[in-house]
Design a protein around this ligand. Structure first.
Ligand SMILES: Nc1ncnc2c1ncn2[C@@H]1O[C@H](COP(=O)(O)OP(=O)(O)OP(=O)(O)O)[C@@H](O)[C@H]1O
Length: 287
């Protein structure tokens, strides 16, 4: 499996680009797409899923140009869009049968496939209740299930963990780990902790551009020796933030403990082991 995005742009109006001359090559495994709101993550994912067309550039899956021949992609894709909608009067079982019919998935195995997916997503007990009565997290899990109906080789999840509680996030992580043995899985988020425990590779986006792409270790290496922690008077945090790139701060009595990024070691600060969160903040704030 190999997906190549080659010089892809998406122009929404004369002056507005969702994505600008964007290129990336993606192999089997889990890619985490990180970027702040408006970075262009959904714009990119919708074009890969062939529900939107690039204004320029090519998207190639296993040497097939899917801008010209979207059906090649459509046969093997599973897509959970950010604004996934359900039919509230159908129950999860009926809904998945309905989507299966639209995707052309059928056969004798369909009922057992749906049963298996519902079980994998912890929806068995609710399977025969109308989706309108589900919580946000349960609806999101129905969305994940529908993306898996056709045993996709390219799986795209736009902000999949929205609404999932910690236990469900863990289940989701285990599930996509299994799937990624034999597929390209792309997950988007603006929250680093959604990505860092699961992604083999990470791409950082901002303003429609790719800022960084690589293994987590490679990205983290860029902030090696630059991450520090220090204690400051809580009243000086605002001023400190103006002069330093603060990752986070924690109020402790009259003091505040700050984690920050600096090219030099300030007096009294303690060097810290860098994380993907540090690398993400550094990359997006300094570009
Ligand atoms: N249909 C559209 N028409 C005009 N502009 C759009 C459209 N869709 C997206 N945009 C703009 O393109 C840019 C990229 O948006 P996109 O939704 O792809 O970002 P994102 O990284 O997915 O953000 P979020 O995390 O908020 O979903 C934004 O500036 C957005 O306002």
């Amino acid at each position: 499996m190999r997906l190549d995005i080659q010089n892809v742009s998406k122009k929404y109006s004369a002056t507005k680009y969702g994505l600008k001359d964007f290129s990336i090559g993606i192999d089997k495994g889990i890619l985490g797409l990180l970027g702040p709101n408006g970075a262009g993550k959904s714009t990119l994912l919708k074009m890969i899923a062939t529900v939107s067309k690039p204004s320029d550039g090519q998207i190639i899956l296993n040497k097939n140009n899917v801008v010209k021949d979207p059906n090649y992609m459509r046969k093997q894709i599973g897509f959970l869009p950010q604004d996934f909608g359900v039919y509230p009067n159908l129950n999860a079982f009926e809904f998945l049968k309905y989507i299966a019919a639209m995707k052309g998935v059928g056969g004798k195995q369909l009922n057992s496939k749906i049963t298996q997916l519902l079980e994998g997503l912890n929806l068995t007990d609710a399977a025969h209740k109308p989706i309108g009565s589900y919580s946000g997290g349960m609806k999101q899990r129905v969305g994940i299930a529908q993306a898996l109906l056709n045993d996709p080789k390219v799986l795209i999840f736009d902000e999949p963990t929205v609404g999932l509680d910690p236990e469900e996030r863990m289940r989701f992580r285990d599930l996509i780990h299994q799937l990624a043995n034999d597929a390209i899985v792309i997950l988007s988020s603006h929250i680093v902790s959604d990505i860092d425990t699961v992604a083999d590779k990470v791409a950082i986006m901002k303003n429609g551009n790719l800022l960084a792409y690589g293994d987590q270790e490679e990205l983290i290496d860029k902030v090696k020796g630059k991450v520090f922690e220090t204690k400051i008077d809580k009243n000086t945090l605002h001023e400190f933030k103006q002069n330093h790139l603060v990752v986070h701060s924690l109020l402790k009595g009259k003091s505040t403990i700050v984690r920050f990024i600096s090219s030099q070691k300030p007096n009294g600060a303690l060097a810290q082991q860098p994380t993907l969160e540090d690398a993400y903040l550094y990359t997006t704030k300094t570009s």
